[in-house]
Ligand binder design. Structure first.
Ligand code: NAD
Ligand code: TDX
Length: 333
């Protein structure tokens, strides 16, 4: 695998994946295709050497552009998406367009040019689990998405499965749990709270704060995707998770402690409509078949490094802080 096309790589997880590949796979060249929506930032890739990456500013829904890029690619890794649940509740339109129609366009190009395709998805397609349920999601769990975001991701997964079975597209899917790390947009939970504290604002916790998310460092997500891209069985789905279940209130209190605040220095705000209670991933298949293991198993250490990244990269986020918070304020959050 020498030339890979990576969609959505100016965003959080895609840019971390490009950094990971550049560092670990010296013979691979990357072409990035990104629309640079509000969530995409060219700066996220500013330090990638020119000979390792080409950047194409464009839309995954643009058939003509895809027919130029696909013939040059040995494989496509598809990260591009509208990714924020709260935005999908306010306006689902771009979620249907990018997540469903965009994935359809990419699959049609993968079929036409017979290109290996890896689809990045989320554990949210499985819906949620009760707090006291010992179960975790596996590859066999039925789909049961709750939000406009997760339902469009579920729809995109179904398209990938159908294009593999019907047309023989050489596809794999991974469904990962909540990522944290550098370059995450400040609309998301962890960076929102860190940058609130750095801006003199109080953190905001939805509902009763007991909702559980299964946290994984984005670098571990990257190594898992690379393993599946190279050694995963075609037509298969792999769940990616690092046994990182934590309630939102526990994560928030860890942020407050690490940044030197009292554990009660936050505001309770309006809950998210349809808010999923708990996500939990069983990644046995990925670990057994491909020998993958996460390396970031110390959440407090990873969180401290993430806090330091936001402290030392104020220029990266300060310009969008006011508008991001104004949007939340209008929603009562
Ligand atoms: P992000 O919102 O940070 O980045 C999305 C990127 O896609 C941006 O660079 C944006 O400009 C680009 N994009 C959006 N629409 C586009 C279009 N039509 N054409 C081309 N580019 C477009 O998202 P993220 O958090 O990095 O998520 C990346 C992928 O990982 C998504 O598919 C998401 O569903 C999945 N995922 C995310 C998480 C998480 O915790 N963030 C967990 C599991 C899976
Ligand atoms: O200010 C907040 N306060 C709060 O309590 C925000 C922004 C969120 N929350 C809660 C909602 C969730 O229970 O924190 C939890 C995490 O919220 P998000 O960061 O919005 O993530 P989530 O909705 O869990 O979805 C994320 O993980 C799965 C990504 O955004 C998705 O792209 C991915 O598919």
């Amino acid at each position: 695998m020498r030339n890979i096309l990576v969609t959505g790589a100016a965003g959080f997880i895609g840019s971390n994946f490009v950094h990971w590949v550049v560092e670990h796979e010296p013979s691979v060249h990357i072409t990035v295709l990104d629309k640079l929506t509000y969530a995409g930032n060219r700066e996220n890739l500013a330090d990638i050497p020119e000979n390792r990456m080409d950047f194409v500013h464009g839309d995954i829904c643009d058939e003509k552009l895809l027919s130029k890029l696909f013939p040059k690619a040995d494989a496509v890794v598809h990260f591009a998406a509208e990714s924020h649940n709260d935005n999908s509740i306010a306006n689902p339109d771009p979620f249907v367009e990018t997540n469903v129609v965009g994935t359809y366009r990419l699959l049609e190009a993968a079929r036409a040019f017979d290109v290996r395709f890896h689809h990045i998805s989320t554990d949210e397609v499985y819906g949620d689990l009760a707090l006291d349920d010992p179960a975790r999601f596996t590859e066999e769990t039925p789909y049961h998405p709750s939000s406009p975001y997760s339902s469009t991701k579920a729809a995109s997964d179904m398209l990938v499965r159908a294009w593999h079975r019907t047309y023989g597209v050489r596809a794999t899917i991974s469904n990962c749990s909540n990522n944290y790390g550098p370059y995450q947009h400040i609309e998301k939970f962890i960076p929102r709270q860190i940058t609130n504290l750095l801006s003199g604002l109080r953190p905001k916790l939805y509902g009763d704060g007991k909702n559980v998310r299964d946290w994984i460092h984005t670098e571990d997500h990257s190594s898992a995707v690379w393993a599946i891209l190279n050694d995963g069985r075609i037509g298969e789905t792999y769940l990616i998770g690092a046994d990182g279940e934590k309630s939102n209130i526990d994560v928030l209190r860890a942020i407050l402690r690490t940044m030197g605040y009292s554990e009660d220095d936050f505001d309770w705000v309006r809950d998210r409509p349809g808010h999923d209670r708990r996500y939990a991933i069983d990644s046995t298949k990925l670990r057994r078949e491909l020998g993958w293991e996460p390396i970031h198993t110390d959440f407090d250490g990873g969180l401290a490094a993430t806090i330091e990244w936001y402290e030392t990269h104020r220029d990266w986020w300060q310009g969008v802080k006011e508008a991001t918070e104004a949007k939340y304020k209008a929603q009562g959050q």
